[in-house]
Design a protein around this ligand. Structure first.
Ligand code: NDP
Ligand code: GDR
Length: 373
């Protein structure tokens, strides 16, 4: 039997943290995760992995913590003595970062420093490998496409500026202290576990509700924005591969294909047999049902199901992201299993199931939760 490795995941309750924890447990790791204290349980995404704390030899252990608390992080890292740290915790919503810029800088920027410095001070620089969740948002205002490891950065939000610090402090600790610290520059990746206020999940939830007459209209911001969307299940494998290499390096993880928000909406409706056509411009653009081929999901032809609401516009927008995954494909041997069509199918199948459950409850006279951003 090989040596059992120990990993520490910050942000284990998030989309990527949940998939990564499951992946590492399957590989035989002992997984420690940091979760924030919340007034409600916030472990939905990892409940299937949860182990009763009274059982001996657990391989999933959760610790309360926060990226803004150095002492807490240092103590946890000292206790866990991890072979690998995956720093996934962050205030990860670009639009919200304009409302909470200082907090975002603290958690996403200085939080990364806290992890690196704790590892250094604890004398773990040569033992602990660190993965930093960097982002395609670093590219921001388009300098060149497709974006690769050598494309210049031009961040366009407090989130991206904070992550820029996280990126460079990771590079600096690698160079200054010979640490195995790497950035994965991941382009957008989605899944049925995606947070409900990111655009893809907002779309798949709303489209499922519209198809089942639980919602009338989906309000969106910039329909022209183009993103390189992949599946989170594929992307967490790349995180692991990055830490298994001989040398610490930074990698772009992307599909190399870009799609507009508008086209994502059309693809989601298509999964329900509903064809939507867009007309008008700017804030007056609308999406209208032009065909409905699935008898199960009937929305009258001519119904307006998508409208633009400027409240979702960002003060500075990232219009186009398209990644060049050449390095990760050649050096890591990373190959995504999902294309965009398969991603949309997976997300829609999941949300249709959830909305069916909700509808069943509603039809039975029970109250259902119905907040949407
Ligand atoms: P999520 O928003 O789903 O998860 C973020 C996680 O961070 C949650 O577990 C959250 O806890 C936790 N968290 C937030 N703030 C703090 C804090 N101050 N201290 C401790 N934990 C905190 O993000 P994703 O899983 O989608 O993304 C993972 C990482 O990858 C993030 O750093 C994100 O910025 C980055 N990234 C994501 C991409 C994507 O497309 N998904 C692309 C590129 C980078 P809680 O559950 O309590 O909210
Ligand atoms: P992004 O993801 O900002 O790329 O950050 P998001 O899904 O929020 O936005 C993608 C694009 O869609 C446009 N958009 C809308 N976005 C939201 N959330 N809601 C809307 O109603 C809406 N309408 C249009 C946005 O303007 C944008 O152009 C995600 C996060 O996971 C980050 O943490 C990560 O670093 C990057 O992806 C890569």
């Amino acid at each position: 039997m090989g040596i059992i490795k120990t990993a520490l995941i910050t942000g284990i309750t998030g989309q990527d943290g949940a998939y990564l924890a499951e992946f590492l447990l399957k590989k035989g790791y002992i997984v420690h995760g940091i979760k924030r204290r919340a007034s409600l349980f916030n472990t939905d995404r990892i409940d299937h992995l949860y182990q009763d704390p009274h059982v001996e030899n657990r391989n999933l252990i959760l610790h309360y913590g926060d990226l803004t608390d150095s002492m807490n992080l240092t103590r946890i890292i000292q206790e866990v003595q991890p072979d690998e740290i995956y720093n996934l915790a962050a205030m990860s919503h670009v639009k919200v970062s304009f409302d909470t810029p200082e907090y975002t800088a603290n958690a996403d920027g200085i939080g990364t420093l806290r992890i690196l410095e704790a590892v250094r001070l604890l004398g773990l620089s040569q033992k602990t490998r660190i993965y930093q969740a960097s982002t395609s948002e670093l590219y921001g205002l388009v300098q060149a496409v497709p974006q690769s490891e050598t494309t210049p950065f031009y961040p366009r939000s407090p989130y991206a500026v904070a992550k820029l610090y996280g990126y460079w402090i990771t590079v600096n600790y690698r160079e200054a202290y010979d640490m195995f610290a790497c950035n994965g520059i991941l382009f957008n990746h989605e899944s049925p576990l995606r947070g409900e206020t990111f655009v893809t999940r907002k779309i798949t939830r709303a489209v499922s509700k519209i198809g089942m007459t639980m919602q009338d209209c989906l309000y969106l911001g910039n329909l022209d924005a183009r993103r390189d969307w992949g599946h989170a299940k594929d992307y967490i494998k790349a995180m692991w591969l990055i830490l298994q290499q001989e040398k610490p390096e930074d990698y772009v993880i992307a599909t190399g294909i870009t799609t507009t928000v508008r086209d994502f909406v059309k693809m989601a409706f298509n999964e329900m047999g509903i064809e939507v056509a867009f007309s008008g411009e700017g804030v007056d653009e609308i999406g209208t049902v032009v065909r409905c081929s699935n008898p199960e999901y009937q929305v009258a032809v001519g119904t307006v199901v998508v409208r633009v609401d400027p409240r979702y516009f960002r003060p500075t927008e990232v219009e186009l992201l398209i990644g060049d995954p050449t390095k990760s494909k050649t050096k890591l041997g990373w190959e995504p299993q999902y294309d965009l069509a398969a991603l949309v199918k997976d997300m829609m199948a999941n949300d249709i199931k959830l909305v069916k459950k909700d509808k069943y409850l509603k039809d039975g006279g029970y109250q259902t939760l119905n907040y949407f951003e």
